[in-house]
Structure formats: structure tokens, C-alpha cells
Design a binder for this molecule. Structure first.
Ligand code: GTP
Ligand code: MG
Length: 347
């Protein structure tokens, strides 16, 4: 029954990798799957993030229940995209710092590139566990697509030549990961997920392998991170991902709330260009729910509170000098402000 479900927050999954290797396409495909499989009112909109709810993961992973047993206790997965261009190293680092778990996307036909190495170094420095999505398997010569099927189903329908072509490409990824000090295997050959990096072959174009990717992310995060994901009913903690001026709202910050509960009128403490900023939350904003995910233009709706993990836009006075990448804390009362100012200055 639902009362047996432990209160875990949704894990934050950051998607990292080299430019053009398919991070955004993979997320679009996952979101598309989620929109198609959703029940009415299930898809919540987030700022700078997309959520795949538990019910969708369960449906998508249904054909895999013999291979990947999955009784989901997490409410869903919160995905954050990052750009792969070399100039955006700061955004990759920010993404890496809020991640509970990460997906490093690599074009399997190209193998490791500069920002693939860099992404893994960021995750290693921050001790973030990760999976590798070996993307674009539909481009392996001779590949016969089986749209939206699990990889295990699709690979069994490929010729022996195609199977070994893919294995050769995956072996190259294994070698590059070994250079960085990681033992890696194709996910269906991994025995111990705490010791091995699982490589999941996928195609963002055909949707093959996405069932396993979602099942593994959900299964691994709730199995190995239960303590980290316990919902703390305290004041919010977050990271500022972007500072933006919005028509009618002035300067706003896009924030990933990774812990606690954020409420309207909460006292915020964050880093600013001329020292810490202390202000009060005026609006907690998320995009209006959309029927069509292709519509880019959005209006915002205001919430009274939001529970971690979530991506929201915050409007508040005095955010002109906010710094992207800054930690953000809520002060429970005025007496905490000075201490939190020191914390944000030091981080
Ligand atoms: P940056 O954000 O610039 O770092 O790139 P990205 O990693 O988000 O890559 P993106 O999703 O924009 O994809 C780059 C190109 O690869 C696009 O033309 C996609 O259509 C194509 N692409 C992505 N995934 C696949 C795939 O699985 N198969 C094929 N054939 N093409 C793909
Ligand atoms: Mg992209």
C-alpha cells in the first residue's frame, strides 16, 4: 500500500558529456516517452530540469522485471541537462555538484572526446556515481532498429556481425574508463554495481535501451542512496544554476532545490557579486503545465511551497547581483543569517 512507501525525495540525475553526443536528444526522448505514458496531471513542469514520475518508470521498465527487479520507492527522477561545449565547464561543474547520480553520454561511434574525460573527472572529484550511456547505437553499421524496445531485446535480434561490432565499440569505452581508474562493463554483464561502471547502449533516436537506462538509474539510486534521499523536512538548500532577467519579474534565479522545503517569504542567503545577498522569497515559479512539450514559450505559475528535489525559478528583491553557481540556504529565523552568510562566502 502507499503507506508502506518510504518518503524518499527524487534523485537528481545530471546528464554530462561531449558536445553533440546526444544529451539533449536523450532527455527529449525520455520526456517524450514520459508524456506518452503519463496519466492525466502526472507531468510536473520544472525550471531547468525535467521529471520522470515513478509510474512512468514502472511502465517503461515493466518488460524488464525479470532482469531488473524494481519496486520503486522514489517518487521519480529529476534530470538536469548540461551543455557539452568546452566553454561551459562551469555549468558541468555546477551540474556535477548537485547530482546524486549522473549519466555520461558518449557517442558510441566516436568514443571518448575531450569533454567526456572532463565530465568524468568532475564526477570523480565530487564522488558522484555514474552510468555511461553509449548513445547512437542505431548508427552501428547494419543495425536493425526496434523502436523503444529494451536493449536486451533489440541486441538479441541483431546479426552476429552487428553484435560484435557493438562489442568492439563498447570495449573501447571500457579501455578509456580503465585509464581513468574505473572498471566498466556492459550493464548486462555487471555483477556488482558498486564496483563497476555500467555501460548502457542506447539510441536517443529510436528509444532503444531507454527502458534499461531508466530502470538502472531508479534502481541504483534507491538501493545505494537511501540515506541521502530521505526527505528532510527542514529549510531548503539549493544551488543557483542561472541568473535571468524576466519581463515583469525583474532579476530571478533558477535554482535546483536539493534538500528540504522552500516556502514563500522564506529568508534566502546566497552569494552576490559584492558579498552575500539576504532577501525574502517573493515568488516560487514553475512553467504552466503544457499539453504540447514542443511549445517553448511559457508562462509561470506561482507555488506556495516546493519540496526537494525540484527545479524552480525564484523571484525576490535584490537578485541583480546573484552569482550563478552559488549555494543557496534558507535561514529559519533572523539569528541564523550571519552564520549562513559566512557559509556562502566560504563555499
Ligand atoms: P550539446 O548540448 O551541444 O553538448 O549537444 P548534445 O549532447 O545535447 O547533443 P544533441 O542531443 O543536441 O544531439 C546532437 C546531434 O546528434 C543531433 O543532430 C541529434 O539529432 C543527433 N543524435 C543524438 N542522439 C542520436 C542517436 O541516438 N542516433 C542518431 N542517429 N543521432 C542522434
Ligand atoms: Mg544539448
Amino acid at each position: 500500500s502507499s503507506s508502506d512507501i518510504k518518503k524518499l525525495r527524487q534523485p537528481i540525475v545530471t546528464v554530462l558529456g561531449h558536445v553533440d553526443h546526444g544529451k539533449t536528444s536523450l532527455l527529449d526522448k525520455i520526456r517524450g516517452t514520459a508524456v506518452v505514458r503519463k496519466e492525466a496531471g502526472e507531468m510536473t513542469q520544472e525550471v531547468g530540469a525535467s521529471v520522470v514520475p515513478r509510474s512512468v518508470i514502472q511502465k517503461v521498465a515493466e518488460p524488464l522485471k525479470n532482469i531488473i527487479p524494481l519496486k520503486l520507492e522514489i517518487p521519480g527522477l529529476l534530470f538536469i541537462d548540461t551543455p557539452g561545449h568546452e566553454l561551459f565547464s562551469n555549468l558541468r561543474k555546477r551540474g556535477g555538484s548537485v547530482a546524486d547520480i549522473s549519466v555520461v553520454v558518449v557517442d558510441v561511434t566516436e568514443g571518448f572526446q575531450k569533454q567526456t574525460f572532463e565530465s568524468i573527472q568532475i564526477l570523480r572529484d565530487r564522488r558522484v556515481p555514474f552510468l555511461m550511456a553509449a548513445n547512437k547505437i542505431d548508427r552501428v553499421p547494419g543495425w536493425q532498429p526496434n523502436p523503444n524496445q529494451p536493449f536486451t531485446v533489440s541486441i538479441s535480434r541483431q546479426s552476429k556481425e552487428v553484435q560484435s561490432r557493438l562489442d568492439t565499440l563498447i570495449y573501447k569505452l571500457v579501455m578509456d574508463l580503465a585509464q581513468l581508474g574505473f572498471n566498466a562493463e556492459r550493464f548486462d554483464r555487471v555483477r556488482d554495481f558498486t564496483r563497476n561502471v555500467a555501460i548502457v547502449p542506447v539510441s536517443a533516436k529510436t528509444g532503444e535501451g531507454i527502458p534499461e537506462l531508466l530502470a538502472l538509474l531508479a534502481g541504483l539510486s534507491q538501493r545505494y542512496m537511501e540515506n541521502r534521499l530521505k526527505v528532510v523536512e527542514g529549510p531548503a538548500k539549493g544551488v543557483v544554476m542561472e541568473v535571468k532577467e524576466e519581463i515583469g519579474l525583474g532579476h530571478t534565479i533558477d535554482v535546483i532545490v536539493y534538500d528540504g522545503i522552500l516556502k514563500k517569504n522564506d529568508i534566502l542567503v546566497l552569494a552576490g557579486l559584492n558579498g552575500p545577498i539576504v532577501t525574502r522569497v517573493r515568488g516560487i515559479l514553475v512553467p504552466k503545465p503544457l499539453q504540447d512539450i514542443r511549445i517553448v514559450k511559457t508562462d509561470f505559475v506561482s507555488l506556495d511551497e516546493v519540496v526537494a528535489a525540484a527545479g524552480v525559478k525564484i523571484s525576490a528583491p535584490g537578485l541583480e547581483e546573484a552569482i550563478a553557481g552559488s549555494p543557496l540556504y534558507v535561514a529559519e529565523d533572523e539569528s541564523r543569517i550571519e552564520q549562513l552568510k559566512k557559509v556562502v562566502e566560504e563555499e
